[in-house]
Write a protein that binds this ligand. Structure first.
Ligand SMILES: [Zn+2]
Length: 424
């Protein structure tokens, strides 16, 4: 059976081709106007895991994740220095996502490197009658696309107005190219004068440049369905091809903790989240939520994720026990069926088989949980002294030593062959 994923466009589970595919995947990346918050990391993590699982299943998988470094938000955030801000925030994004230890996407294209191809794409749309220039802007004629609204589920006659401008033919039309404004400090020459591309066309062109005009998966946060992805689909179809087959939208991360938002502001940036909780706990938090569902980020959910990590580490501190027949198929079946990571995680929690569990953890970059940490030498000595004290009947001293070891973050466990030190 092949892998199935929920498709926003068809509103059902659609199959990927059989291995080896290929599976070509484009997931919208960040707009680099400010350091990314932990919610922005979700599409990255899901994309890296999906690629990892596809490869484990024998697919040739390619993951493109763009950097939107030309955008209104960047001009607003850094008047006169937008390119410098975009570059700094891009580096932060690469550092922050790199710190998850999952590797990196195959391609990380930047809009600013793609402008000549974008201009060429817009010229083709104008030639075909799908776009028109007015006063240095170029707009897409939404009325010519009978399928417009299909992705976001809006009726063609009730589509929300975008980018108000009295010069547009139709309020629904959206910008492909925007004339340079006095407060915008970067621009490119074009047949329509100085300006810069609109956001939606950037993604259509970067995707098609790297993956071809038709590819298997286009992803991004649920908040991108309209207008961003609706517009990408419209302009790419206007050039006479189908574009992405499966549209996969991940649920939004919610900051639901009032206590947390008081101390850290409304959002937690990825670097702060990584520093405070560590990569393993954050990955386990993501793993425990279905990719399409909203996910709560709070002290409670982080505590639960950390506890999952402890349970998994604990397995490797005990003897391995062979899993029952078909154990891997249950894990694999959960991931093949709409990439159900919470179900796969529930299956993993049942296992005491070290090899199998290590193999499953490796799919998600979590094989580090299998490395039980060695206790420091001085703690081993304290534990030996405690054992002597116990054999001599000095239980007060044994308790004192147990507490001292506990203060150092370790727990002494009595086992038949003596003791074992375990990280608390
Ligand atoms: Zn995009």
């Amino acid at each position: 059976m092949s892998i199935r994923l929920y498709n926003t466009l068809t509103r059902r589970l659609d199959p990927l081709p059989e291995p080896p595919g290929p599976v070509r995947m484009y997931i919208c990346g960040p707009t680099v106007n400010a350091r990314a918050h932990i919610g922005n990391a979700r599409p990255f993590v899901i994309g890296m895991w999906l690629r990892s699982w596809l490869r484990a299943r024998g697919y040739e998988a390619v993951f493109v994740h763009n950097i939107t470094d030309i955008n209104d938000k960047i001009y607003e955030a850094a008047p006169g220095a937008s390119a410098e801000l975009a570059e700094r925030v891009t580096q932060w994004y690469l550092e922050d996502t790199g710190a998850f230890g999952l590797g990196m996407p195959d391609h990380l294209p930047r809009a600013s490197d793609t402008v000549p191809q974008i201009i060429c794409f817009i010229e083709q749309l104008i030639e075909r009658g799908y776009a028109y220039a007015v006063d240095g802007d170029v707009y897409f004629r939404v009325a010519l696309d009978p399928g417009y609204g299909q992705l976001s589920g809006q009726r063609p006659d009730q589509v929300e107005e975008q980018e108000p401008n009295p010069l547009k033919e139709d309020p629904r039309d959206f910008a492909l190219w925007k004339a340079n404004k006095p407060d915008e400090d970067t621009w490119w020459e074009s047949p329509w004068g100085r300006g810069r591309p609109g956001w939606h066309i950037e993604c259509s062109v970067m995707a098609e440049e790297l993956l071809g005009t038709e590819f298997e998966i286009h992803g991004g946060g649920l908040d991108l369905v309209f207008p961003h992805h609706e517009n990408e689909l419209a302009q790419s179809r206007a050039l006479g091809h189908d574009f992405a087959h499966i549209w996969a939208h991940n649920g939004i991360l919610r900051f639901t903790d009032e206590k947390m938002s008081k101390s850290l502001g409304n959002v937690v940036t990825t670097d702060v989240a990584l520093e405070q909780s560590g990569r393993e706990t954050l990955l386990l938090l993501f793993l425990g939520a279905h990719w399409r569902k909203p996910m709560d980020f709070s002290e409670d959910t982080l505590t639960q994720a950390a506890a999952r990590g402890d349970r998994l580490r604990e397995v490797f501190r005990n003897e391995s026990e062979p899993a029952e027949a078909g154990a891997w198929d249950r894990f694999s079946g959960a991931l093949d069926d709409d990439f159900n990571t919470p179900e796969a995680l529930a299956v993993m929690h049942e296992w005491r088989d070290h090899d199998l569990l290590r193999r499953a953890l490796a799919v998600f970059g979590l094989e580090s949980l299998a490395e039980s940490e060695e206790a420091p030498q001085e703690l081993l000595q304290l534990a030996e002294r405690r054992q002597d004290a116990r054999s001599n009947g000095d239980f007060a001293e044994a308790d004192r030593l147990r507490a001292e070891i506990g203060d150092a973050g370790w727990e002494v466990r009595d086992v038949p062959e003596g003791f074992r030190l375990v990280r608390k």
